[in-house]
Ligand binder design. Structure first.
Ligand code: FBP
Length: 340
């Protein structure tokens, strides 16, 4: 009886990639494998959230001025506690922490910087709608021996990312990542406890058929943004319009759907909160990693005027408007938004 070969595991995939790079030391593969373990721990907690006292808010407000959810805290700790002692990192950045996260002196340090959104889609945590973890990896640039890292090592433009990816904790748990050689997706097989290759060499369609935006914010948009959304909703059968509207309210889930089916996710700048003229999303831990994935899959990501990956960050919690997904749709969004 022929045994059907199980798809390749993420570790097998990482080792194959490592072999392609003669300078590789295995540090990166080890780093990603440890991050995957942290994601499995988060996944387990998300799956049984209704059974354990982990739903609801902690009562604290984070640096983003948002209510901290208990699962946000759990996910943040799970990643920090797992990654701080592996000896591959010189520091970390989390959406939940106001400051850079140093590696305790008792642990060895490395040359990589891990930036992450521990649990994206906070508003969906308690209602069993897909949420996720987003990560970005940089290599420290400064070579000074007496300092672990400089702020400039953390505030690098997105095109310098070594790797980026996300986990979606949804109907199934999936990991999508790139290290600059295309984009692949791996589905967690709960029976085996392994992420197995399920989506090889993902390519996003050039034109989409879906637009994802919170239209409840329309009153706060400028006329260029209103014109853009109206365009996607206007009738032109030959051009496949109107697009259909899909908005889960979890960036990672909306992005993942559009990556596979073709479409555009938008979080424009708005006048809703004077303190957030650049919209809601964070450049380092949300926009940059997804932009690298989008571009590696043949898509594009913009702030309405330029490529997200070319933005020079000046603060770790900097926000940016985001238009991301199918290349032609995002280029069109740029034409509308930058139209003066
Ligand atoms: P966090 O949940 O990590 O804070 O991320 C922001 C986010 O929840 C995105 O996942 C989502 O796309 C967006 O905000 C939803 O915002 P809004 O409720 O304003 O539409």
């Amino acid at each position: 009886m022929a045994i059907k070969r199980v798809s390749s595991t993420i570790t097998e995939h990482l080792l194959n990639e490592q072999r392609l790079n003669p300078e590789a030391t295995g540090a990166f593969t080890f780093l990603l494998n440890e991050l995957i373990v942290a994601a499995k721990v988060i996944n387990r907690e998300v799956n049984r959230a209704g059974l354990v006292d982990i739903l609801g808010a902690t009562g604290d407000v984070n640096v983003q001025d948002e209510q901290v959810q208990k699962l946000d805290l759990f996910a943040n700790r799970a990643i920090i506690e797992r990654m701080q002692h592996i000896g591959q990192l010189c520091c970390m950045v989390s959406e939940e922490d106001a400051n850079l996260i140093d590696i305790p002196v008792k642990y060895p340090k490395g040359d990589y910087i891990l930036l992450f959104d521990p649990l994206d889609g906070s508003s969906n945590i308690d209602v069993n709608v897909s949420i996720g973890t987003i990560f970005s990896i940089h290599r420290r640039q400064n070579k000074e021996d007496n300092v672990d890292y400089l702020l400039s090592d953390v505030l690098q433009p997105g095109y310098k990312q070594v790797a980026a990816g996300y986990f979606v904790y949804g109907s199934s748990t999936i990991m999508v990542y790139t290290s600059g050689n295309g984009v692949n997706g791996f589905t967690l097989d709960p029976g085996v406890g392994e992420f197995l290759l399920s989506h090889e060499n993902i390519r996003i369609p050039e034109y989409g058929s879906i637009y994802s935006v919170n239209e409840a914010n329309e009153a706060y948009w400028n006329k260029e943004t209103k014109a853009l959304i109206a365009y996607f909703k206007s009738i032109d059968r030959k051009a496949g319009r109107p697009y259909t509207s899909r908005y889960v309210g979890s960036l990672v889930a909306d992005f993942h759907r559009n990556l596979l089916k073709g479409g555009i996710y938008m979080y424009p700048s708005d006048l809703k909160e004077p303190k957030k003229p650049n919209g809601k999303l964070r450049l380092l831990v949300e926009a940059n990693p997804l932009a690298m994935i989008a571009e590696q899959a043949g898509g594009y990501a913009s702030d309405g005027f330029r490529s997200i990956l070319n933005i020079n960050p000046d603060a770790i919690h900097q926000r940016t408007p985001l238009f991301i997904g199918s290349k032609k749709d995002v280029e069109l969004a740029e034409q509308f938004i930058s139209r003066k």
